[in-house]
Design a protein around this ligand. Structure first.
Ligand code: ATP
Ligand code: MN
Length: 461
């Protein structure tokens, strides 16, 4: 007999009247007056539950285990698939055989009972919360987003490159890093954490410098992996461990890379609209939010672009910052960004050409010598989702910046050599995967869009 997934049933992939086997967990159970038992089963393949109809008269043993089963029990069901007369469901299973595989011990204490729980409460049960509809929907969308990103780049002839997680470089030049120490199992006098690699090493804050090396040979590359930042900020948009997509494109400038981003974001969002419609509908119902329309609108428009200088001008005009301040001296903070994106434009925006003093050493100096060819992409209610730039490909300018910022030039020998041998204009960006998922799902706290969040004082589970 065929073991089927509930998703395939709802996609009309299984013939009506065929005998099927379904395996999953009980979400709800109801008795009817007519001696029928209705059991809603989910298997995680989609947000839908499948209704199993048990005719108690047909149970040989009146104390059949299914009578005592409770939400959360895992079950094995065999039966006939029929189209449902009930308007709420399209399908149901008329049970032939049903077995409880795993019981819920002490059902009264089961933390994932079918009543609605707050997201805060669920965070205390990171191991059980995937059983809820909401975390189930997020997980399926997260998986689809990953897939669609690989799909987009594969179709556009990019190559996936693995950048190292252990590194001695701090790409951003600023952010605090986690150091990697060698932890001794046995007494080993010769090895200490310092000399294991011969130098101090950290968990990576970005794979960008590494993939630049590959872009300068394979032309179109990306890396996609976990990123670690020891930011001691407990916000709704920062994690200590998160996932970042980083893309690097040779023979390109700022406009070219922004065009790639527009196409990529539309591809991802269209993919989610096509493949995760029911998950999105669940969010709409739960948050009373028009998420599907928001995403459809996104497909219709290009993200608005403004220069940093003009962003500052808008803030001055609206009395958010002092009228006579000089734009090169003002670093946009979160409140400024919020004003621009949530109140003024009310749509995603790209801010470009930042003063060089607010950006890392590797960004390309513009001809004004004051700004760099850099951009941030801000989204309503979330803030920055993507940061990128054209890279400085001219060795003289690069060295000048390294000096200005008092970085140790010896740390960047290999990176500088990329400019020494066959240099090429190139650009790239980094996208925070969790923040993009927050935008797509409407989830407000980043801790809820990654399975086991790591934040200051929290590395449980
Ligand atoms: P922010 O100012 O919001 O801290 P950032 O300027 O440090 O962001 P980048 O270094 O440009 O960000 O990193 C690229 C992208 O990675 C960001 O646009 C964001 O989407 C994501 N990101 C950065 N830091 C975090 C974090 N701590 N947790 C989750 N995502 C992050
Ligand atoms: Mn940051």
């Amino acid at each position: 007999m065929k073991s089927v997934s509930i998703k395939d049933i709802f996609k009309n992939k299984i013939l009506i009247n065929s005998i099927v086997k379904v395996q999953g967990w009980i979400k709800n159970k109801r008795n009817s007056k007519s001696n029928l038992l209705f059991i809603d089963v989910y298997d995680g393949s989609c947000v839908n539950t499948l209704q199993i109809i048990v005719n108690k008269n047909l149970l040989v043993n009146k104390n059949h285990e299914i009578i005592k089963s409770t939400p959360g029990c895992s079950v094995y069901v065999e039966g006939r698939l029929v189209s449902s007369l009930n308007t709420k469901q399209k399908f149901e299973i008329h049970m032939y055989k049903i077995n409880v595989i795993g019981w819920v011990k002490k059902p009264d204490l089961y933390p994932m009972s079918s009543k609605r729980h707050s997201m805060e409460h669920l965070r205390n049960f990171a191991h059980l919360r995937p059983r809820t509809n909401i975390i189930g929907c997020i997980s399926r969308i997260r998986s689809s987003v990953f897939y669609s990103i690989h799909d987009f780049f594969h179709k556009n002839n990019y190559h996936w490159v693995a950048s190292p997680i252990i590194t001695s470089l701090n790409t951003e030049g600023a952010g605090d890093m986690f150091s990697v120490k060698y932890s001794k199992k046995k007494e080993n006098k010769k090895l200490t954490y310092k000399n294991f690699f011969g130098k101090e090493v950290f968990l990576t804050v970005s794979g960008q410098l590494s993939i630049e090396a590959y872009a300068c040979a394979l032309s179109k590359v990306y890396t996609f992996g976990p990123i670690f930042r020891a930011e001691n900020s407990n916000t709704t948009r920062h994690l200590s461990e998160f996932w970042m997509l980083e893309v690097e494109l040779a023979f390109s400038n700022l406009n070219n890379i922004i065009e790639v981003i527009q196409k990529m974001l539309k591809y991802i969002i269209n993919f989610i609209l096509q493949n995760n419609k029911n998950d999105l509908r669940f969010f709409e119902k739960t948050f009373h939010d028009n998420i599907i329309n928001k995403l459809k609108n996104f497909l219709e428009t290009n993200i608005k672009r403004i220069n940093y200088k003009d962003a500052i001008k808008i803030l001055k005009e609206n009395k958010i910052i002092e009228k006579d301040s000089i734009y090169l001296d003002i670093e946009l903070n979160l409140d400024h960004e919020k004003f621009l994106v949530d109140k003024y434009f009310k749509q995603p925006i790209i801010i470009q050409n930042y003063p060089k003093s607010f950006k890392p050493f590797y960004m390309r100096i513009n001809s004004d010598k004051k700004t760099v060819a850099a951009f941030d992409i801000l989204f309503p209610k979330i803030g920055e989702i993507i940061g990128g730039s054209q890279r400085e490909e001219r060795i003289l300018y690069l060295d000048k910046r390294i000096q200005e910022l008092k970085l140790n030039i010896n740390d960047y020998t290999w990176y500088r050599e990329l400019r020494f041998y066959g240099t090429v204009p190139h650009s790239g960006f980094g996208l925070g995967l969790e923040r993009l998922i927050m935008y797509i799902t409407g989830i407000k706290n980043i801790k809820d869009v990654i399975p086991f969040p790591r934040t200051p004082k929290n590395a449980n589970f």
